[in-house]
Design a binder for this molecule. Structure first.
Ligand SMILES: CC(C)(COP(=O)(O)OP(=O)(O)OC[C@H]1O[C@@H](n2cnc3c(N)ncnc32)[C@H](O)[C@@H]1OP(=O)(O)O)[C@@H](O)C(=O)NCCC(=O)NCCS
Length: 165
């Protein structure tokens, strides 16, 4: 398996994901939501978001997306992001709470944008949770519209954003 470190002093590598990574991706995702979601959502909304995530859905989706994971030196998945090239969407970006605000989210989104450029995606879209809007804005994304997602009867306000690449 090929691994590339962007900075040789940084032990976290970003690599292609495989279906066997699904468990680690799932665990990082749940921890990330629980740590990050509470700034803008109620405990009930965070729980509805968590319940929507499943290990098997990652396993099924990985082969169909440009799916990247960030792996620490001790082989733990500490972040991930995925491009859906069909609908030109940044489908996931999550950083484990241990690595928040260390620049990993930026590395992941830049890696996804590089993939999008290779695939000649001109405008990249995403559905952003409110807690992440400030991050996306810093990365150059702008709000197209806001809407409310219904997750099993729980209303979750979200923001549709996009960026010209
Ligand atoms: C959003 C998320 C991916 C950002 O990852 P991160 O690794 O902490 O971000 P970085 O460290 O690369 O930050 C890059 C810049 O954005 C800023 N930033 C990071 N998170 C931010 C936030 N939630 N709001 C505002 N600014 C933020 C950083 O301070 C940094 O600014 P600087 O370059 O001026 O220093 C991460 O907070 C996360 O996983 N959140 C929970 C899951 C989630 O909501 N995912 C998005 C689903 S739509």
């Amino acid at each position: 398996m090929r691994r590339t470190a962007i900075d040789s002093n940084d032990p976290i590598v970003i690599r292609k994901a495989w279906p066997a990574d699904s468990r680690g991706i799932y665990e990082a995702c749940i921890a990330s939501i629980r740590a990050g979601g509470g700034t803008h959502y109620s405990p009930e909304q965070v729980e509805a978001w968590v319940q929507r995530i499943s290990e098997s859905s990652f396993e099924k989706k990985i082969p169909h997306l440009d799916f990247l994971v960030a792996e620490s030196a001790d082989s733990k998945i500490v972040g991930f992001a995925a491009l859906n090239p069909t609908n030109r969407e940044l489908e996931y970006i999550y950083v484990h709470p241990d690595k928040l605000k260390t620049g990993l989210g930026r590395r992941l989104i830049e890696a996804i944008e590089a993939r999008a450029n290779i695939r000649r995606v001109r405008r990249l879209h995403l559905v952003g949770s409110l807690n992440a809007v400030g991050f996306y804005e810093l990365m150059g994304y702008r709000t197209d519209r806001t809407f409310v997602r219904d997750l099993n009867g729980v209303q979750i306000p979200c923001t549709m954003m996009s960026k010209e690449l």
